[in-house]
Design a protein around this ligand. Sequence first.
Ligand code: ADP
Length: 276
Amino acid sequence: LEQVDETYVPSEIRPLTSAVNGLLERLNLALDAQRKFIADAAHQLRTPLTAIKLHAEQAFHARDDVAQRAAINELRASADRAVRLSNQLLSLARAEPGEQTARFVSVDLVELAFETGAEWVPRAIARHIDLGFAESNATHSRPAGERMIVNGNPVLLSEVLANLIDNALKYVPPYRVNDGRITIMVSRYFDGTDTPLAELVVEDNGPGVPPAMRAELFKRFFRGDGHGESDGGAGLGLAIVRDIVVLHGGTIHYEDGSGGGSRFVIHLPLAPDQKS
Ligand code: ADP
């Protein structure tokens, strides 16, 4: 969008045109970011779509049943990746503020963590990884039975947890078989002000994130080195997590986990009647 040329603008309305130009500049930056996002998204979607086309052709020209089945299996996996990616892109669009925040309800993070965590237990067991809950960590604890109520969207908050568990399951490597561990913790966090926050932690004893990567970790389409495109990741999981946390007025950061792996720490404002 073109800015107003201020050369011939009378001085008495200059403040107005300057303000308009400032606004236009911000709009242009936002539009650039949108354009980049769409280009990145289209580029990412092209990978599974090209694979679908390739495998469809392989299936069509297959010499025998075995080759045909193999091609169809690949086709199915690529279609799954395309669906997963488009779901992630939708999540990003949905985490924009607006009507979302108007529909917030009381959510008990303790209950949400148990429910979402439980859904992932079968997958963790299949990978010989111990997925569990801890009542406390090194710095603070949660008295038994205490609830941790925040205002939010339970579906989105559960997606936050699901993404973090999914990553932990993905990146805790095979040599950890039988002693791989993912721990979920919900507690009350005191940041030095009078108002405590709810803290949600997902910790694993995988490889952790190298220091050089940490600044990029929550950016859209950022992926660590060495992950092929074949595992279905597009580097959107943590960007979605961060957007949802921010939508809820919270923060997320990365720390070294106590077992040498990753620790993702989320702080969310407690619902008003929980802040004492
Ligand atoms: P994706 O998993 O699709 O690559 P994410 O945004 O979820 O996208 O993660 C970005 C990158 O952060 C990953 O590619 C990986 O390198 C790193 N990462 C995320 N979670 C973990 C974890 N629990 N342990 C180690 N590395 C992780």
